[in-house]
Design a protein around this ligand. Structure first.
Ligand SMILES: [Mg+2]
Length: 314
Protein backbone atom coordinates (compact mmCIF):
# COMPACT_ATOMS: atom_id res chain seq x y z
CA UNK A 1 0.00 0.00 0.00
CA UNK A 2 2.74 2.36 -0.97
CA UNK A 3 0.51 5.20 -2.12
CA UNK A 4 -0.73 5.74 1.41
CA UNK A 5 2.49 5.33 3.31
CA UNK A 6 3.34 8.46 5.18
CA UNK A 7 6.93 9.52 4.69
CA UNK A 8 9.21 10.02 7.65
CA UNK A 9 11.72 12.67 6.85
CA UNK A 10 15.27 11.37 6.92
CA UNK A 11 17.85 12.05 4.31
CA UNK A 12 21.28 10.59 3.89
CA UNK A 13 22.71 13.92 4.93
CA UNK A 14 20.71 14.04 8.13
CA UNK A 15 21.56 11.21 10.45
CA UNK A 16 21.12 13.12 13.67
CA UNK A 17 18.36 10.72 14.73
CA UNK A 18 20.83 7.88 14.96
CA UNK A 19 20.65 5.44 17.83
CA UNK A 20 23.70 3.29 18.14
CA UNK A 21 23.24 -0.41 18.72
CA UNK A 22 25.34 -2.66 20.87
CA UNK A 23 28.24 -4.66 19.58
CA UNK A 24 26.52 -8.03 18.86
CA UNK A 25 24.12 -6.38 16.41
CA UNK A 26 26.92 -4.28 14.99
CA UNK A 27 28.97 -7.38 14.18
CA UNK A 28 26.07 -9.04 12.38
CA UNK A 29 25.29 -5.88 10.48
CA UNK A 30 28.86 -5.43 9.29
CA UNK A 31 29.04 -9.07 8.26
CA UNK A 32 25.85 -8.78 6.23
CA UNK A 33 26.91 -5.60 4.52
CA UNK A 34 30.29 -7.08 3.65
CA UNK A 35 28.50 -10.03 2.10
CA UNK A 36 26.12 -7.78 0.16
CA UNK A 37 28.93 -5.60 -1.14
CA UNK A 38 30.81 -8.56 -2.53
CA UNK A 39 27.89 -9.55 -4.75
CA UNK A 40 26.81 -6.10 -5.91
CA UNK A 41 28.36 -4.96 -9.17
CA UNK A 42 26.43 -1.77 -9.69
CA UNK A 43 26.71 -0.24 -6.26
CA UNK A 44 29.92 0.14 -4.34
CA UNK A 45 29.03 -0.08 -0.68
CA UNK A 46 31.20 0.36 2.33
CA UNK A 47 30.51 1.23 5.90
CA UNK A 48 32.97 3.17 7.97
CA UNK A 49 30.74 4.09 10.86
CA UNK A 50 28.30 2.64 13.30
CA UNK A 51 25.03 1.59 11.63
CA UNK A 52 22.04 3.35 13.06
CA UNK A 53 19.21 1.49 14.74
CA UNK A 54 16.98 2.91 12.02
CA UNK A 55 19.08 1.26 9.32
CA UNK A 56 19.17 -2.06 11.14
CA UNK A 57 15.39 -1.90 11.56
CA UNK A 58 14.95 -1.71 7.80
CA UNK A 59 17.75 -4.15 7.08
CA UNK A 60 16.29 -7.11 8.94
CA UNK A 61 12.79 -6.77 7.54
CA UNK A 62 14.01 -6.25 3.98
CA UNK A 63 16.64 -8.97 4.07
CA UNK A 64 14.08 -11.48 5.31
CA UNK A 65 11.55 -10.46 2.67
CA UNK A 66 14.10 -10.55 -0.13
CA UNK A 67 16.20 -13.57 0.80
CA UNK A 68 14.56 -15.88 3.30
CA UNK A 69 13.32 -19.21 1.99
CA UNK A 70 10.63 -19.01 4.66
CA UNK A 71 9.21 -15.89 3.04
CA UNK A 72 9.06 -17.69 -0.29
CA UNK A 73 7.33 -20.66 1.33
CA UNK A 74 4.73 -18.48 3.08
CA UNK A 75 3.77 -16.77 -0.17
CA UNK A 76 3.45 -20.10 -1.98
CA UNK A 77 1.47 -21.50 0.94
CA UNK A 78 -1.08 -18.69 0.59
CA UNK A 79 -1.49 -18.93 -3.18
CA UNK A 80 -1.49 -22.70 -3.36
CA UNK A 81 -4.06 -22.96 -0.55
CA UNK A 82 -6.25 -20.47 -2.39
CA UNK A 83 -5.84 -22.23 -5.72
CA UNK A 84 -6.85 -25.56 -4.18
CA UNK A 85 -10.15 -23.99 -3.07
CA UNK A 86 -11.11 -22.34 -6.35
CA UNK A 87 -13.15 -25.29 -7.62
CA UNK A 88 -15.06 -25.49 -4.35
CA UNK A 89 -15.66 -21.73 -4.44
CA UNK A 90 -17.03 -21.83 -7.98
CA UNK A 91 -19.32 -24.79 -7.29
CA UNK A 92 -20.75 -23.49 -3.99
CA UNK A 93 -23.66 -21.18 -4.97
CA UNK A 94 -23.50 -19.27 -1.70
CA UNK A 95 -19.72 -18.73 -1.67
CA UNK A 96 -18.83 -15.09 -1.09
CA UNK A 97 -15.62 -13.62 0.28
CA UNK A 98 -17.25 -10.34 1.29
CA UNK A 99 -20.91 -10.99 2.20
CA UNK A 100 -22.80 -13.52 4.34
CA UNK A 101 -22.58 -16.88 2.62
CA UNK A 102 -26.28 -17.44 2.01
CA UNK A 103 -28.47 -17.65 -1.09
CA UNK A 104 -27.55 -18.36 -4.66
CA UNK A 105 -25.04 -15.85 -5.96
CA UNK A 106 -24.16 -17.54 -9.22
CA UNK A 107 -26.03 -15.00 -11.34
CA UNK A 108 -22.98 -12.75 -11.05
CA UNK A 109 -19.68 -13.62 -12.73
CA UNK A 110 -16.92 -14.84 -10.37
CA UNK A 111 -13.98 -12.62 -9.46
CA UNK A 112 -11.01 -12.42 -7.15
CA UNK A 113 -9.53 -9.24 -5.66
CA UNK A 114 -5.79 -8.88 -5.18
CA UNK A 115 -3.79 -5.99 -3.79
CA UNK A 116 -0.64 -5.16 -5.81
CA UNK A 117 2.34 -4.14 -3.66
CA UNK A 118 3.76 -6.94 -1.52
CA UNK A 119 0.82 -9.10 -2.62
CA UNK A 120 1.48 -9.82 -6.28
CA UNK A 121 4.53 -7.58 -6.87
CA UNK A 122 7.65 -7.61 -4.70
CA UNK A 123 9.22 -4.22 -4.07
CA UNK A 124 12.18 -5.55 -2.12
CA UNK A 125 14.78 -3.96 -4.46
CA UNK A 126 13.22 -0.59 -3.68
CA UNK A 127 13.26 -1.33 0.04
CA UNK A 128 16.87 -2.48 -0.23
CA UNK A 129 17.72 0.80 -1.93
CA UNK A 130 16.09 2.75 0.92
CA UNK A 131 18.09 0.83 3.51
CA UNK A 132 21.39 1.33 1.75
CA UNK A 133 20.73 4.99 1.03
CA UNK A 134 19.55 5.64 4.59
CA UNK A 135 16.45 7.11 3.02
CA UNK A 136 12.71 6.74 3.41
CA UNK A 137 9.69 6.58 1.12
CA UNK A 138 8.76 9.65 -0.80
CA UNK A 139 6.71 10.21 -3.91
CA UNK A 140 9.77 10.81 -6.09
CA UNK A 141 11.84 7.75 -5.22
CA UNK A 142 8.73 5.53 -5.18
CA UNK A 143 7.68 6.75 -8.63
CA UNK A 144 11.18 6.25 -9.97
CA UNK A 145 11.08 2.62 -8.85
CA UNK A 146 7.56 1.97 -10.14
CA UNK A 147 8.30 3.48 -13.53
CA UNK A 148 11.06 0.93 -14.06
CA UNK A 149 8.33 -1.75 -13.96
CA UNK A 150 11.02 -4.06 -12.62
CA UNK A 151 9.30 -5.70 -9.64
CA UNK A 152 9.23 -9.49 -9.63
CA UNK A 153 6.07 -11.44 -8.94
CA UNK A 154 5.33 -12.82 -5.50
CA UNK A 155 6.05 -16.58 -5.40
CA UNK A 156 2.92 -18.47 -6.43
CA UNK A 157 0.99 -15.41 -7.60
CA UNK A 158 1.38 -15.95 -11.36
CA UNK A 159 0.33 -19.59 -11.15
CA UNK A 160 -2.72 -18.65 -9.11
CA UNK A 161 -3.84 -15.82 -11.42
CA UNK A 162 -3.36 -17.92 -14.52
CA UNK A 163 -5.32 -20.77 -12.96
CA UNK A 164 -8.15 -18.44 -11.92
CA UNK A 165 -8.38 -16.90 -15.36
CA UNK A 166 -8.37 -20.31 -17.02
CA UNK A 167 -11.43 -21.09 -14.87
CA UNK A 168 -13.22 -17.97 -16.05
CA UNK A 169 -12.58 -15.84 -12.97
CA UNK A 170 -12.19 -12.08 -13.45
CA UNK A 171 -9.14 -10.57 -11.72
CA UNK A 172 -9.31 -7.19 -9.97
CA UNK A 173 -6.09 -5.57 -8.81
CA UNK A 174 -7.18 -3.08 -6.15
CA UNK A 175 -4.18 -0.94 -5.27
CA UNK A 176 -3.45 2.22 -3.33
CA UNK A 177 -1.04 3.26 -6.03
CA UNK A 178 -2.01 6.48 -7.75
CA UNK A 179 -3.58 6.41 -11.18
CA UNK A 180 -0.59 8.38 -12.47
CA UNK A 181 1.32 5.09 -12.15
CA UNK A 182 -1.30 3.14 -14.09
CA UNK A 183 0.75 2.56 -17.22
CA UNK A 184 3.87 1.50 -15.30
CA UNK A 185 1.85 -0.77 -13.03
CA UNK A 186 0.06 -2.47 -15.90
CA UNK A 187 3.38 -2.85 -17.72
CA UNK A 188 5.00 -4.48 -14.68
CA UNK A 189 2.07 -6.84 -14.09
CA UNK A 190 2.07 -7.87 -17.74
CA UNK A 191 5.85 -8.34 -17.80
CA UNK A 192 5.77 -10.95 -15.03
CA UNK A 193 2.72 -12.79 -16.37
CA UNK A 194 0.08 -11.37 -14.03
CA UNK A 195 -2.14 -10.20 -16.89
CA UNK A 196 -2.45 -13.39 -18.90
CA UNK A 197 -5.82 -12.37 -20.37
CA UNK A 198 -5.91 -8.54 -20.52
CA UNK A 199 -9.65 -8.17 -21.10
CA UNK A 200 -10.46 -10.02 -17.89
CA UNK A 201 -8.19 -7.93 -15.65
CA UNK A 202 -9.21 -4.61 -14.09
CA UNK A 203 -6.88 -2.25 -12.23
CA UNK A 204 -8.50 -0.14 -9.51
CA UNK A 205 -6.52 2.81 -8.07
CA UNK A 206 -6.74 4.88 -4.91
CA UNK A 207 -8.57 7.68 -6.72
CA UNK A 208 -11.42 5.24 -7.39
CA UNK A 209 -12.23 5.07 -3.67
CA UNK A 210 -13.55 8.65 -3.73
CA UNK A 211 -15.10 8.20 -7.16
CA UNK A 212 -17.21 5.35 -5.76
CA UNK A 213 -18.39 7.14 -2.62
CA UNK A 214 -15.51 6.67 -0.21
CA UNK A 215 -13.01 9.01 1.33
CA UNK A 216 -9.48 7.88 0.75
CA UNK A 217 -7.49 7.07 2.90
CA UNK A 218 -10.13 7.09 5.67
CA UNK A 219 -12.27 4.37 4.09
CA UNK A 220 -9.32 2.34 2.84
CA UNK A 221 -10.61 0.04 0.10
CA UNK A 222 -14.14 -0.47 1.47
CA UNK A 223 -16.01 1.36 -1.28
CA UNK A 224 -13.94 -0.16 -4.04
CA UNK A 225 -14.74 -3.66 -2.81
CA UNK A 226 -18.44 -2.78 -2.54
CA UNK A 227 -18.44 -1.39 -6.06
CA UNK A 228 -16.91 -4.58 -7.44
CA UNK A 229 -19.34 -6.72 -5.47
CA UNK A 230 -22.33 -5.03 -7.10
CA UNK A 231 -21.53 -6.74 -10.38
CA UNK A 232 -19.34 -9.70 -9.39
CA UNK A 233 -19.35 -12.61 -6.97
CA UNK A 234 -16.04 -12.17 -5.15
CA UNK A 235 -14.58 -15.59 -4.35
CA UNK A 236 -11.31 -14.69 -2.67
CA UNK A 237 -9.35 -11.64 -1.52
CA UNK A 238 -5.56 -11.29 -1.24
CA UNK A 239 -3.46 -8.65 0.52
CA UNK A 240 -0.58 -7.86 2.86
CA UNK A 241 -2.52 -5.31 4.92
CA UNK A 242 -5.66 -5.67 7.03
CA UNK A 243 -7.30 -2.88 5.05
CA UNK A 244 -7.07 -5.07 1.95
CA UNK A 245 -9.77 -7.22 3.56
CA UNK A 246 -11.78 -5.20 6.08
CA UNK A 247 -11.88 -1.93 7.95
CA UNK A 248 -10.64 1.49 7.03
CA UNK A 249 -7.72 3.61 8.09
CA UNK A 250 -6.63 4.74 11.54
CA UNK A 251 -7.59 1.68 13.58
CA UNK A 252 -5.51 1.22 16.72
CA UNK A 253 -3.63 -2.09 17.16
CA UNK A 254 -6.30 -3.54 19.50
CA UNK A 255 -9.04 -2.76 16.99
CA UNK A 256 -7.01 -4.31 14.20
CA UNK A 257 -6.52 -7.55 16.12
CA UNK A 258 -10.21 -7.61 17.08
CA UNK A 259 -11.16 -7.29 13.41
CA UNK A 260 -9.06 -10.35 12.59
CA UNK A 261 -10.90 -12.36 15.25
CA UNK A 262 -14.28 -11.02 14.13
CA UNK A 263 -13.62 -12.57 10.72
CA UNK A 264 -11.76 -15.61 12.01
CA UNK A 265 -13.59 -18.06 9.75
CA UNK A 266 -12.59 -16.21 6.59
CA UNK A 267 -8.81 -16.53 6.82
CA UNK A 268 -7.38 -19.31 4.69
CA UNK A 269 -10.70 -19.91 2.97
CA UNK A 270 -11.88 -16.58 1.55
CA UNK A 271 -9.05 -14.28 2.63
CA UNK A 272 -5.32 -14.89 2.14
CA UNK A 273 -2.67 -12.67 3.68
CA UNK A 274 0.91 -12.31 2.44
CA UNK A 275 3.81 -11.52 4.79
CA UNK A 276 5.20 -7.98 4.84
CA UNK A 277 7.37 -6.95 7.79
CA UNK A 278 8.89 -4.00 5.89
CA UNK A 279 6.10 -1.44 6.14
CA UNK A 280 2.34 -1.14 6.44
CA UNK A 281 -0.56 0.07 8.49
CA UNK A 282 0.44 -2.34 11.28
CA UNK A 283 3.53 -0.21 11.82
CA UNK A 284 1.73 3.13 11.46
CA UNK A 285 -0.87 1.93 13.97
CA UNK A 286 1.89 1.26 16.50
CA UNK A 287 2.98 4.89 16.41
CA UNK A 288 -0.51 6.37 16.33
CA UNK A 289 -0.48 7.25 12.60
CA UNK A 290 1.73 10.23 13.35
CA UNK A 291 4.65 11.58 11.41
CA UNK A 292 7.52 11.15 13.79
CA UNK A 293 11.27 11.40 13.33
CA UNK A 294 13.01 8.01 13.30
CA UNK A 295 14.30 8.30 16.87
CA UNK A 296 10.77 8.81 18.20
CA UNK A 297 9.39 6.11 15.92
CA UNK A 298 11.91 3.64 17.32
CA UNK A 299 11.13 4.64 20.89
CA UNK A 300 7.40 4.19 20.28
CA UNK A 301 8.04 0.78 18.76
CA UNK A 302 10.20 -0.25 21.72
CA UNK A 303 7.42 0.91 24.04
CA UNK A 304 5.05 -1.37 22.14
CA UNK A 305 7.00 -4.50 23.12
CA UNK A 306 5.82 -6.63 26.01
CA UNK A 307 8.92 -8.34 27.45
CA UNK A 308 8.87 -10.98 30.14
CA UNK A 309 10.59 -10.37 33.46
CA UNK A 310 13.18 -12.66 34.93
CA UNK A 311 12.24 -13.56 38.49
CA UNK A 312 15.27 -13.77 40.78
CA UNK A 313 15.96 -17.37 41.79
CA UNK A 314 15.69 -18.20 45.44
MG1 LIG B 1 0.09 -4.08 -0.33
Amino acid sequence: MRGSREPILLSRRNRSYRLILGSPYRAVFLLLLTSCASTSRDHEWSIDREPSAWEVRGLHATLWSQSAAEFQALARQAYQSAGARLNQALEDPAWSALSPTTGDRRAKPPAVILDVDETVLRNTPYEAWLVREGSTWNRENWSAWCRQAAAEAMPGAVEFVQRAQAMGVHVFYVTNRSRRLAEATRSNLAKVGLIPVPESVTLVFKEDEAAWGGEYPKTGKIHRRRHIERDFRVLQVFGDSLADFAGGDRLVPEQRRALVEEHAERWGKYWFVLPNPMYGSWQRAEIGYRRLPPSETLRKELDGLHPFRIHPSR
